[in-house]
Design a protein around this ligand. Structure first.
Ligand SMILES: NC(=O)c1ccc[n+]([C@@H]2O[C@H](COP(=O)([O-])OP(=O)(O)OC[C@H]3O[C@@H](n4cnc5c(N)ncnc54)[C@H](O)[C@@H]3O)[C@@H](O)[C@H]2O)c1
Length: 314
């Protein structure tokens, strides 16, 4: 993608800041973020060098979006309160950002004749249905408020395409990991939590017995999926994952080996709202988007670990 104007909502967050960085090489980039979980330090090089413009504001404010979207080619909508446990504790806020925020993005994009909206959805929309691997046409049965907001967001995207001709595509990310993912939040994802434990020589906290499986994808592959999805003619829903099933115990061992640390685990109660197994069929994204993940788990973990060693203060 070159010479385009792109808006990244949630651009101060983990995936959004990696995406904004990649886009800023050849495009005009505007980031909108309310800094609820995002961090200015994720953007330090981008904003200080003028490679991207930053607007502090919320997607729940339609006028903020109207002001930014004028003249924009692509909107990458990643802003959300991205946590299953947080949504169980505080469904109102998660609903407000996830559903009202997404509707606002679509309304403003339509008014400003944006060429395409790329929506960050989630594998959590499938719920705990047993059949694996997950294919896009399978039944969705969300089991948390967070997952429901993503399913509603996907339907809003489809409806705006059908009713108003606004092009949209929804990317169902599985477990994204990589540099800049926050290890410190109460709801931190499993990869940064394990990496910090490995670097600090602490046991890995494992919910349940560790046999639960996830499909991990390195953030650079997720960024690439966003860019090709924006440029393609495809609309609808796509699984974005590595297409490989890894248990949480295998992940812990991979990280511990890469860090050269002794593997020790502390087993805890399973978390409410968490699904048991997650594994994606990515053949639709391969066929329609030309998506091909290029980071096997070991390679992505090595790059992530190197980043934390340099950037994370223990
Ligand atoms: N990381 C994953 O594995 C994963 C998996 C599935 C889906 N997703 C989705 O991808 C997107 C990005 O996730 P992430 O892991 O980078 O999380 P993140 O928390 O690092 O990023 C989310 C960003 O959105 C911002 N934000 C929250 N509410 C906002 C609002 N009202 N207005 C403007 N900005 C707001 C936050 O400040 C943050 O910068 C989210 O939509 C998330 O649901 C992520």
């Amino acid at each position: 993608m070159r010479g385009k104007r792109a808006v990244v909502t949630g651009g101060a967050g983990f995936i959004g800041s990696n995406l904004a960085e990649a886009l800023s090489i050849d495009n005009e980039v505007v980031i909108v973020d309310d800094f609820s979980t995002g961090k200015l330090e994720n953007l330090k090089d981008l904003v200080s060098t003028g490679a991207a413009k930053l607007v502090k504001g919320s997607v729940t404010d339609l006028d903020v979006l109207r002001g930014i979207f004028e003249g924009t080619d692509f909107v990458f909508h990643l802003a959300a309160i991205p946590s299953v446990p947080r949504s169980i504790v505080d469904p109102i806020s998660v609903n407000e950002v996830g559903i009202k925020g997404t509707l606002n993005v679509l309304v403003a994009a339509r008014e400003c004749s944006v060429r395409k909206v790329v929506f960050a959805s989630s594998s959590s929309v499938y719920g705990d249905t047993k059949k694996l691997p997950k294919r896009e046409e399978m039944e969705c049965r969300p089991i948390s408020p967070y997952a429901l907001t993503k399913l509603v967001g996907e339907h809003y995207c489809r409806i705006f395409t059908e009713l108003y001709g606004l092009k949209t595509v929804s990317l169902r990310y599985f477990n994204v990991y990589g540099p800049k993912q926050d290890p410190n939040s109460e709801y931190a994802a499993v990869v940064p939590r394990f990496i910090v434990c490995a670097l600090e020589g602490r046991p890995f906290p494992i919910h349940g017995d560790g046999s639960q499986t996830r499909d991990f994808i390195f953030v650079k592959d997720a960024v690439m999926a966003n860019i090709i999805a924006a440029e393609s003619t495809a609309t609808g829903v796509y699984n974005i994952a590595g297409g490989k099933r890894t248990s949480v115990l295998e992940l812990a061992r991979t990280i511990s080996e890469a860090a050269g640390s002794e593997f020790r685990a502390e087993f805890m109660e399973p978390r409410k709202g968490d699904i048991k197994d997650s594994y994606a069929d990515i053949s639709k994204a391969r066929k329609d988007l030309g998506f091909e993940p290029s980071y096997p788990l070991e390679k992505g973990i090595a790059e992530t670990l190197a980043w934390y060693k340099t950037n994370f203060q223990m």
